[in-house]
Design a protein around this ligand. Structure first.
Ligand code: GLU
Length: 474
């Protein structure tokens, strides 16, 4: 065995990559990258109803989009059932586990008795010392671990500290069901061992499982991996993140127009920190991430913060990168059709020309896409309420006065346009804003947009003049 770090992400297919799962994957991926190790992907697909191809694919696609590629091929837990059985039988042969023939009726009775005595319902160990020759006919046995009766099991958790479980509370739980399929508890341990996992980083809802799983490691004489149970993500109200707080699937966040690097930047700060640093690149995260800096308190999901970080990363992206991002993401954005009004080459060209002005204002790709609508709008442009109002007041008259000056502009660029429009405003005794407002309304159909000189330059002479005439002709 080498000392190489091996982490793993072990999602159960639910139809999407859960946003909390994405953070777990991120922590595992970062730690592996940081340590020059590997992150493996194991699909916990033993629930055959839920583990459709589509559900498995959704997880892989979510990870791909985020750029959290696992090393090697995904491992199917279901496909390893024979190995799980083999280990359970090995434990029986070693005297560390045993066949239990208790019938459902007996188990019910045990539960009722415990309830009446106000004890936690636990298996009473009745087949621990009985010989299988006493087995009742026709009952298929389960395999149970022979858990120590006293003492305690300690999970030395890197986040939670030493967590102690009195062994009397860890009953002889089932490893292999009577149909020969493994329990979740058993499969996880056998898989993690066989995959050479050195570090388990997962949600703290698995902390009690860690106690039971430790018993299996010990029974097999295997090293227990380093464990780090991270606090779950909560909603703004402090309750565990659920549907009512908003989207749970990473694909939904994609549809809301978040950039992967922004989502990762946001997620990494949910439960982990590096001084006061809020904004960090993937490279920063890799060089800074360490398990010991994971916080113990639950993290709260805050959309306003996510938006702010996303806006930061949009502004920080190059124009070319954003154009390419929009061309891909339009398939996932609710308003992506805005970017299909004309042929791709024209879309790219206009986006590229306008991007510097547009990206300053957008917090999401949905907003960014919305702000490009004027570039592709068909004449005559529909006006929103405010734009219509501006033009209805005295806007049209102001534009009529301005038109001849614009028609006379020789070189249609920002500098010349600015000069001509400023000169006209001054000559007409109008504040610049009084001229810019109706211009913007007529050119974009909206009351807000990037700088109006930029809009004119991006649209070009013919389209600009045509849009102005659409409004002044009436
Ligand atoms: N499949 C489990 C889940 O999705 C994770 C198991 C583990 O990480 O050990 O919650």
């Amino acid at each position: 065995m080498t000392d190489r770090v091996v982490t793993r992400f072990a999602p159960s297919p639910t139809g999407f990559l859960h946003i909390g799962g994405a953070r777990t994957a991120l922590f595992n991926w970062l730690y592996a990258r940081r340590m020059g190790g590997q992150m493996l992907l194991r699909i916990e697909d033993t629930d055959r109803e839920r583990s459709t191809d589509a559900a498995v694919q959704a997880i892989i696609e979510g990870l791909d989009w985020l750029g959290l590629k696992a090393d090697g091929e995904p491992i199917s837990q279901f496909a390893r059932a024979a190995r799980h059985r083999e280990i359970a039988e090995e434990l029986v042969a070693a005297g560390k586990a045993y066949y239990c023939y208790a019938t459902p009726a007996e188990l019910d009775e045990m539960r009722e008795k415990a309830k009446a005595e106000k004890r936690p319902p636990r298996y009473d160990g009745r087949w621990r010392d009985r010989d299988p020759s006493e087995a009742p006919a026709g009952v298929k046995p389960v395999i149970r671990i022979m858990a120590p009766l006293d003492g305690e099991t300690v999970v030395r958790d890197k986040v939670q500290g030493d967590v102690r479980f009195p062994n009397k509370d860890l009953d002889d739980f089932i490893l292999l069901r009577s149909d020969g399929t493994p329990t979740y508890m058993h499969a996880v341990v056998v898989d993690d061992h066989d995959m050479g996992v050195t570090h388990i980083i997962r949600g703290d809802d698995h902390l009690t499982n860690a106690g039971r799983q430790t018993l299996i490691y010990q029974a097999m004489g295997w090293d227990v991996p380093v464990m780090a149970h991270i606090p779950l993500i909560h909603g703004a109200d402090g309750a565990k993140l659920s549907k009512r707080h908003g989207a749970l699937g990473v694909d939904a966040y994609r549809g809301m127009g978040y950039l992967p690097k922004a989502l990762l930047n946001y997620l990494v700060r949910l439960g982990w920190s590096h001084g006061d640093d809020e904004v960090m690149s993937i490279e920063d995260m890799i060089s800074w991430f360490d398990i010991v800096d994971i916080n113990r308190g639950a993290a709260r999901f805050d959309f306003a913060k996510l938006d702010a970080i996303n806006g930061h990363w949009i502004r920080g992206s190059s124009d070319e990168e954003l154009v390419e991002t929009l061309m891909t993401e339009r398939a996932y954005l609710p308003n992506g059709d805005i970017l299909r009004q004309t042929d791709d080459a024209t879309v790219r060209q206009r986006l590229g020309a306008a991007m510097a002005g547009l990206k300053e204002r957008a917090k999401t790709l949905v907003e960014l896409t919305e702000s490009t609508a004027y570039l592709f709008a068909q004449r005559p442009l529909p006006l929103d309420e405010k734009a219509a109002e501006i033009l209805a007041k005295d806007g049209r008259d102001i534009l009529r006065g301005l038109l001849p000056a614009l028609e006379g502009v020789e070189s249609w660029d920002v500098a010349s346009l600015e000069m001509v429009i400023k000169a006209h405003a001054e000559a007409a005794g109008l504040k610049l804003g009084k001229v810019a407002q109706p211009l913007r309304a007529a050119l974009t159909g909206k009351s807000t947009s990037p700088g109006v000189y930029d809009v004119l330059a991006v649209l070009g002479r013919d389209e600009s003049l045509a849009r102005l005439k659409d409004q002044t002709a009436a």
